[in-house]
Ligand binder design. Structure first.
Ligand SMILES: Cc1cc2nc3c(=O)[nH]c(=O)nc-3n(C[C@H](O)[C@H](O)[C@H](O)COP(=O)(O)OP(=O)(O)OC[C@H]3O[C@@H](n4cnc5c(N)ncnc54)[C@H](O)[C@@H]3O)c2cc1C
Length: 718
């Protein structure tokens, strides 16, 4: 602990101990003040300024140190100084004292509390940052909430000190007035409880409710303002219209149909969206074929002397399409129609907050009125405007699946998950791959050591990775496509020849051309929503890639639930989208999976943590599978088995992470994982062994020393 903190803690402790040791708490009683009222009045009469000054300072001290007696002093204020002066003195002294207590709590405890429980407090912190003043105001209005507890707890939150001060003063005015006024008749009061009758308490409670009611009314007003200029239909054709039949749209409409809402799902291109047609499914199918070739390549390590494979690139790509076709029925019009969803093929456009126009492929238009709309229009590959790119041409994750001719040299721009998965797959399919990454490492969201580890594997497999590099321009030299690449800002340009270009530098949300601009729905990189996934029109929601902040199929499906339920049942209860436990995986070899915090995030956010690591080179099953590489890394708060996050690098990482996801979601710690039977010999044992490493590092040494003594004694005794 810092010296200044130690000093302040010492001072506070000494003051509190002195207060109780000197028996001052017995002076702060109603009977005592009443007995001495004449004496104090005399003092005030002869030395009014000094008496008021001493009273003020004493009041500030009592409240700043959270000592008992503030309520009695308020009454005394009324009795001694009368209603107006007493009210002013108490109002300022109590607010000042409260702010000092708040500041002390913040100085001594906030960092510790936030670093220890920061992850859990995230939602509270965000709420306080946004509406802390409002909540403090309602708490202050009702004197039933303990004054000193509010001061100390608020000090641990991110609310600004000045906001705390003025909101406290304003909020306490009514209560202060009632108490000071009661103090003017101190003679008639026998107990503190007598000051506030049940009727008065009820009035305070109503007063406390007032801001909440006012806020609701204000929300209604705001809502009315947003919808101004639009005519709300008297009846609606649908409960919900969903735009886009990708992961988010499919799940939203599925849920709506399941709860018997009348729902229309509009898709302008292909049912299943990116994931089925150009994303997860084809990429994983391609990776499977590529992995097989890699295994053949490494056959010797399995004791197989000679294994070879011949393949035709076009057949591999045809297989990918076969896989897509096989999965297609899961997302088909037939299936969703059977589930009760009215599926429309066409382009949707929001024409009012309650109406969506659908233009069918034959050009016919129909407008459906609806109570709610969910925008689930997804994202598309972002293509940077690099000079010459129009001459060389390019593929993206949308179009690469059309390739039937094997690229001789594939140039991959970008080293995020999509760039990395495809770079390795094509390299294993025997294309020469050059990967260009602007930043200083691949997969930059993961820990540095993960990026390095995967990079080394890529390099060992023959992928040429250029870090800190960017293509300045593309050109055609005769028939040859070339890229001019600048590395580390050097003026020396590297010329790279290629025949196929894959652009994988990120994905941009689909925000234009379907009514958002006309309705003034706010957008940044994605559609801007509140925690309930509502846009500025409370009946229009967004989910999936178009809403962010994640771009995964499972997060799109997760958000879909909130969009559907908040839309259909929001008048009864709304749910805030919960992003506390979000897992993901990158399906490179080695696979990388993560849930919660990694080390670089914990450090950046100042979250105290302990790192536990288990190397997969130790795992029996990994050794048997000739895949003994990678690790399980778990972050926990120091001395606690609570899981803050886990990263797994190695075979089956995407499957193994599930146990940590479950544990985090349901608050299970590493002790619970350790106490669970895992089948031998499986990869899942790695999770248990990681928990074992944590347990060993956190063994209760003192207890164990006593246990050792006990055993020694047992050996000696008869
Ligand atoms: C190569 C690649 C690999 C990936 N791998 C994984 C993975 O392994 N795991 C994972 O979780 N995620 C993966 N993803 C991400 C995943 O595909 C997306 O996060 C997911 O598809 C998002 O779903 P969505 O419903 O938000 O959008 P989309 O799937 O893009 O669906 C949006 C739909 O809306 C339609 N639409 C748009 N505008 C209109 C309109 N005006 N009218 C009617 N219809 C409209 C579009 O045609 C589209 O079908 C991958 C992505 C790519 C590109």
């Amino acid at each position: 602990m810092k010296r200044s903190k130690l000093l302040l803690t010492g001072l506070i402790v000494v003051a509190i101990v002195a207060f109780f040791a000197s028996g001052l708490q017995h002076q702060f009683t109603l009977a005592n003040f009443k007995a001495q009222q004449a004496h104090f009045s005399e003092l005030n009469h002869t030395h009014p300024v000094v008496t008021a000054g001493v009273f003020f300072i004493l009041y500030v001290l009592v409240t700043a140190l959270s000592l008992p007696g503030a309520a009695i002093m308020t009454l005394v204020g009324g009795a001694l100084f009368g209603l107006l002066e007493g009210f002013l003195l108490v109002s300022f002294a109590s607010s000042l004292g409260a702010t000092l207590a708040f500041l002390a709590s913040r100085f001594l405890l906030k960092d510790w509390v936030q670093s220890r429980f920061g992850e859990r407090l995230k939602a509270i912190n965000q709420g306080v940052e946004k509406e802390g003043g409002f909540y403090l105001f309602t708490l202050r209005l009702v004197p039933a909430f303990p004054f000193f507890v509010i001061n100390l707890v608020m000090g641990l939150t991110p609310i600004k000190p000045f906001t705390f001060y003025w909101v406290s003063q304003l909020g306490m005015l009514a209560g202060t007035f009632v108490y000071v006024n009661a103090g003017t008749q101190l003679g008639e009061i026998n107990t503190l409880a007598g000051v506030v009758s049940p009727g008065l308490l009820a009035s305070f409670a109503l007063l406390g409710l007032f801001p909440l009611i006012a806020k609701k009314a204000l929300d209604q007003l705001k809502k009315a303002k947003v919808y101004k200029g639009f005519k709300k239909p008297k009846t609606f054709d649908r409960n919900l219209v969903v735009i886009g039949a990708g992961s988010a749209g499919l799940v939203t409409s599925y849920i709506a149909a399941a709860v018997r809402a009348k729902v229309t799902l509009v898709e302008k291109h292909r049912m299943g969206g990116d994931c089925l047609n150009t994303g997860c499914v084809p990429s994983k199918a391609l990776i499977r074929s590529a992995r097989f070739l890699s295994q053949i390549e490494n056959a010797k390590s399995l004791g197989i002397r000679d294994a070879t494979a011949t393949f035709a690139f076009s057949e591999v790509m045809e297989r990918v399409q076969r896989v897509v076709k096989t999965v297609e029925p899961h997302d088909s019009i037939a299936r969703y129609t059977e589930l009760g969803v009215d599926v429309r093929v066409g382009s949707a456009r929001i024409v009012s907050p309650w109406a969506v126009e659908i233009e069918a492929p034959d050009g016919t238009r129909e407008t459906l009125t609806t109570r709610n709309i969910t925008i689930a229009t997804g994202a598309r590959p972002f293509v940077p405007n690099i000079p010459g790119i129009e001459h060389t041409g390019y593929y993206t994750s949308d179009t690469i699946w059309e390739l039937r001719e094997q690229p001789e040299t594939l140039l991959v721009l970008g080293a995020g998950p999509i760039g990395c998965e495809l770079a390795q797959a094509f390299s294993r399919l025997e294309s020469k791959v050059v990967q260009i990454q602007q930043g200083d490492r691949i997969m930059p969201r993961e820990d540095q050591e993960v990026s390095q580890y995967v990079l080394e594997r890529f390099q060992a497999e023959g992928i040429q990775v250029l870090l800190n590099s960017e293509v300045v321009r593309f050109a055609l030299e005769g028939d040859q496509k070339v890229a001019f690449v600048q590395t580390n800002g050097s003026s020396q340009m590297q010329k790279i020849e290629f025949d196929t270009l894959l652009v994988a530098v990120g994905r941009a949300a689909n925000l234009t051309g379907f009514g958002l601009e006309e309705l003034g729905i706010e957008t940044g990189k994605t559609v801007i929503t509140n925690e309930y996934l509502q846009t500025k029109y409370p009946n229009i929601f967004a989910a999936g890639d178009v809403a962010g902040p994640y771009q995964f199929t499972h997060t799109a499906a997760h958000q879909a639930w909130y969009a559907a339920v908040n839309g259909l049942f929001g008048q009864f209860k709304r749910f805030k989208a919960d992003y506390s436990v979000i897992p993901w995986a990158t399906f490179t070899d080695p696979e990388v999976a993560r849930v919660g915090l990694n080390e670089q995030e914990a450090i950046a956010q100042g979250i105290a943590h302990e790192v536990t690591r288990y190397g997969l080179d130790d795992l029996d099953r990994a050794i048997a599978d000739e895949a003994a590489h990678g690790w399980v890394k778990v972050l926990t708060p120091p001395g606690s088995d609570r899981i803050l996050g886990a990263t797994i690098v190695g075979d089956h990482a995407g499957d193994l992470i599930a146990e940590f996801v479950l544990a985090m979601r349901h608050g299970l710690g590493l002790n619970k994982i350790l106490g669970t039977i895992h089948i031998y010999p499986t990869w899942t044992e790695a999770n248990k062994y990681a928990a074992g490493v944590w347990k060993k590092a956190n063994a209760p040494e003192t207890v164990l020393k006593w246990v050792e003594r006990f055993h020694r004694w047992q050996r000696k005794s008869k």
